[in-house]
Design a protein around this ligand. Sequence first.
Ligand SMILES: O=C(O)C(=O)C[C@H](O)[C@H](O)CO
Length: 307
Amino acid sequence: MALDIVCMGEPMLEFNQDPASTDPVLYRKGHGGDTANSAVAAARQGARVGYLTALGTDAFGDDFMALWEREGIDTSRVLRNPDAHTGIYFVTHGAKGHEFSYMRAGSAASRMKPEQVPADYVASAKFLHISGISQAISADACDSVFAAIDAARKAGTKVSYDTNLRLRLWPIERARAVMNATAAMADVLLPSLDDATALTGLEDADAIADFYLKLGAKLVAVKLGPQGSLVASPDWRERVPGRTVKAVDATGAGDTFAGSFLAELARGAEPRAAARYANAAAALSTQGFGAVAPIPRREAVEAFLAS
Ligand SMILES: O=C(O)C(=O)C[C@H](O)[C@H](O)CO
């Protein structure tokens, strides 16, 4: 099957604190993992999506396979490793927003090796979508991402890269070196303002776009949270305002932006129109708890845009 987007990285079962619960504190089971969230977001906008990863042969891995089947995401190249577990994380909500606690070291995804990356599968898609988290979880995972990028570039598959900097996974110096090398090869670069500031030392979205365009990225969409996004190419740029909603949980909003933006580009949308659409999808995704459950479908995004 010809795919629009192949996403690659680590899916993680999510346990998201219900802020209304006190004694006992309750956690809702959901699904997370940045590129896995983007895969669902793209599929819910109608894109043909495949996912590349390794899962454990545990119940959490089965849970992801069932989710992807429900979402129409191709799993034909997902590996199952009987000697490793599927990652999980907890989200707690406090005064400073949400916080992640990971249980992922040694996970099946982190043990994926570059020789296990199916170049033909990557070549069959319009876009390969990877992230800083896909690279940060282990040296093998990082090498696997570079193998996938290599396969994409050889085949003319466009490389989409979300920085998703997680400083608990790697030190800033290593993150900066790997991410800048990757950003230079990106056809579509999707940093959040906070990530880009940590990675470049720059605070201004225009200066950040200039930095990455100079590095070699072809199209940069700086994610500005509720303020929307700045989309820039070497020839033009535009600040695309966000839509205001009553947000309860921003987990996965940036991933929803990424998946929706790519789904729109894959349909042939012009990047500024794609950003307008993706801003709306990301805003809607903050109205519910968890990364995947509140990701809207195309009908809801279009109705919101028309409202
Ligand atoms: O933080 C991570 O590694 C995750 O992938 C968990 C979340 O789903 C993700 O951060 C949301 O963007």
